[in-house]
Design a protein around this ligand. Structure first.
Ligand code: PA5
Length: 481
C-alpha cells in the first residue's frame, strides 16, 4: 500500500510585521501550548481510568482521541466481530438490500457523515445509475431540520406505486432492491426532537411500503446505551444497532458508527480514514512544535485573536467537495469554544466561488479575520484543459493548454498575494489529496486543535450547555399550542 503522505500546515503568510504575528510571539507562547498539549493528554488518561473528573472538567468527553487506534486494533484482532467489522458487514448488507438510504440525524449526529460523503464520493453520486454506483445506495440526509416541504419532497422521491396503505391493501408489497430503501437513524441522546420526529414520519412510510419484518433489517439505529431511540430499536427488533460510546461527544463522534457507517455504505475506505487519524494522533503526541500542525494551528489562531483582534476564523476551502467539511468544522469550533463570551467565530467559504461574494470584505473589510486556506494538492481526475475553438470569440485560445488545476493553483497564489499586499494574514493547510488518509488526518487535527485551544484559554471544549435554552422554550411553545 502507498505510504501515507502527511498533511502540511504553512503559516508563513501570517508572519506579517503590521497586522500579523511574529516567530518571537510563537516562541513566547510555546510553553503554554506545551502545557495545553499535556493537559489534553492527561484528560485522555483520566477519561481512560474511569475515575470521576473534577467538577471543573465535567463533562470530560476525551474518548474521541483514542478511537482510531482502538477500532483499528480490535479490527486487526477480530475482523468479523469487532465494531469496524460489524460496520462493514452492515454496510455490505444495506448495499445488497436497498437502493436508497436516508440518514436521520442533526448536529454532531449528521455533519461528519455528510462531510465524509461529500468529500469522498462521486459529486453526483445520487444521480448515477446503480451500475455506475457499483451497487452503492443513494444517500439522503433528513432529520436535520423540521422543514415540512423538504421532508415531504424526500418522501415523494422514496414513494413509488404500491407504497401507500390503500395501494398495499390490494397490491403486493415490493421487495426488489432497486425500489427498496432503508434508514440509518443517529442520535446519541435518542431524544432530539428533529431526529425523533423525522424517524416517526419516515418509519411510517417504510412500514407502509413493505412487510413489518422488513423494518427490523431496514432500520439501523446508532445511539447511546440508553434512551428513547434505544428503546424503540429494541421494540422494533432491529437486526443491527450501533453504540455511540460514552465519553464521545456528538461533534467528536465522526470516527464512531455515526460517521463511519454512512461512509462505509458508500464504499469509503474507513480503515484508511482511521489510519490517517491515528497518524495525526502520533504526530500530535510526539512531535515538537516545528512538525506539529495541531500546536502550530492553535498557536497562530490564538495569537491572531489575542494580539490582532482576529476573532473570525475563515476556513477557505479550495474544493467544492470540502464545503460540508467546512460546515462540520464550523460546528466543532462554535459549539466547543463559543462559551463564557469567548471563542473565535468560524466561517467557511468555498473558493473560487466565494471570491465573488465575500472576497471584497476579506480583502478590504475589518481586520478581524485570519484566513486559513484548505488546499488539495492532487486532484483525483486527470487535469482538464480549456482547449481551442476555431473562432475564439471568448479569446481563450491563448490559454488553450491551461488546465483547471493550474487555474485553481493560480487563484490560490493570486489571492494570497493580494492579501499579502494588503497585510491580511493567511495560512495554508495542504491536504496531499482528497482521499481517506488525508481527510482522516485533517478531521483528527481539527478535533485536537479545538480541545487544545479550549485548555489554552480555560474553556471546557466538551458539552454545549447553551443549546439547551432554545429546546426548553421550543418545548414550552409546543405544549401551549
Ligand atoms: O455536538 C453535539 O453534541 C450536538 O451537536 C449533538 O450531536 C446534536 O445536538 C444531536 O444530538 P443527539 O445525537 O443526541 O441527537
Amino acid at each position: 500500500m502507498e505510504a501515507m503522505k502527511p498533511l502540511r500546515y504553512d503559516y508563513t503568510g501570517s508572519l506579517l510585521s503590521e497586522h500579523g504575528i511574529s516567530t518571537e510571539d510563537l516562541e513566547r507562547l510555546a510553553p503554554r501550548l506545551e502545557e495545553a498539549r499535556r493537559e489534553v493528554l492527561d484528560d485522555v488518561a483520566l477519561w481512560r481510568s474511569g475515575e470521576t473528573p473534577p467538577v471543573e472538567k465535567q463533562p470530560l468527553d476525551a474518548g474521541f482521541f483514542e478511537l482510531p487506534e482502538r477500532l483499528l486494533e480490535q479490527h486487526a484482532q477480530s475482523p468479523e466481530s469487532s465494531e469496524l467489522g460489524r460496520i462493514l458487514q452492515t454496510a455490505e448488507r444495506l448495499r445488497e438490500q436497498v437502493d436508497r438510504v436516508v440518514v436521520l440525524g442533526i448536529g454532531g449526529s449528521y455533519m461528519g457523515a455528510r462531510a465524509l460523503c461529500e468529500a469522498l464520493c462521486h459529486p453526483y453520486h445520487n444521480e448515477q445509475t446503480r451500475q455506475q454506483r457499483q451497487g452503492r445506495p443513494r444517500l439522503y440526509f433528513e432529520g436535520n431540520n423540521v422543514d415540512n416541504d423538504f421532508a415531504q419532497a424526500l418522501l415523494d422521491l422514496l414513494h413509488t406505486p404500491g407504497d401507500t396503505e390503500t395501494e398495499n391493501k390490494t397490491g403486493t408489497p415490493r421487495h426488489d432492491v432497486e425500489r427498496s430503501w432503508g434508514i440509518i437513524v443517529i442520535s446519541k441522546s435518542g431524544g432530539t426532537l428533529e431526529t425523533a420526529t423525522a424517524l416517526r414520519i419516515f418509519l411510517r412510510a417504510l412500514e407502509r411500503s413493505g412487510r413489518s419484518e422488513d423494518v427490523a433489517r431496514l432500520v439501523v439505529p446508532v445511539t447511546g446505551k440508553t434512551g428513547r431511540l434505544r428503546q424503540l430499536a429494541n421494540a422494533l427488533g432491529c437486526q443491527d444497532v450501533f453504540d455511540i460510546p460514552d465519553g464521545v461527544g456528538g461533534r467528536f463522534s465522526i470516527f464512531t458508527a455515526v460517521g463511519l457507517l454512512p461512509a462505509a455504505v458508500l464504499g469509503i475506505d474507513i480503515v484508511r480514514l482511521l489510519e490517517g487519524a491515528a497518524a495525526m494522533n502520533r504526530r500530535f503526541r510526539q512531535s515538537a512544535f516545528a512538525d506539529n500542525p495541531v500546536l502550530q494551528y492553535v498557536g497562530v489562531g490564538h495569537l491572531m485573536e489575542q494580539l490582532r483582534g482576529a476573532t473570525i476564523r475563515v476556513l477557505s476551502v479550495w474544493s467544492k467537495g470540502l464545503e460540508a467539511a467546512g460546515l462540520w468544522y464550523d460546528q466543532l469550533l462554535a459549539e466547543s469554544l463559543g462559551k463564557q463570551e469567548q471563542g473565535a467565530t468560524p466561517l467557511t467559504v468555498v473558493n473560487t466561488r466565494d471570491l465573488h461574494s465575500r472576497g471584497q470584505q476579506h480583502q478590504q473589510g475589518r481586520r478581524d479575520k485570519l484566513i486559513t486556506n484548505l488546499i488539495v494538492d492532487t486532484w483525483r481526475r486527470d487535469p482538464l484543459a480549456i482547449g481551442t475553438r476555431p473562432t475564439d470569440e471568448d479569446q481563450l485560445n491563448a490559454l488553450a493548454e491551461v488546465t483547471l488545476p493550474e487555474i485553481m493553483a493560480a487563484a490560490v497564489a493570486g489571492t494570497n498575494r493580494a492579501y499579502l499586499e494588503d497585510q491580511r494574514p493567511t495560512t495554508d493547510l495542504h491536504l496531499p489529496a482528497l482521499d481517506e488518509s488525508s481527510l482522516g488526518q485533517w478531521f483528527q487535527m481539527m478535533m485536537l486543535a479545538t480541545v487544545v485551544e479550549g485548555r489554552l484559554i480555560g474553556i471546557n471544549p466538551y458539552g454545549q450547555p447553551g443549546v439547551e435554552a432554545y429546546k426548553r422554550h421550543m418545548n414550552e411553545f409546543l405544549k401551549r399550542r
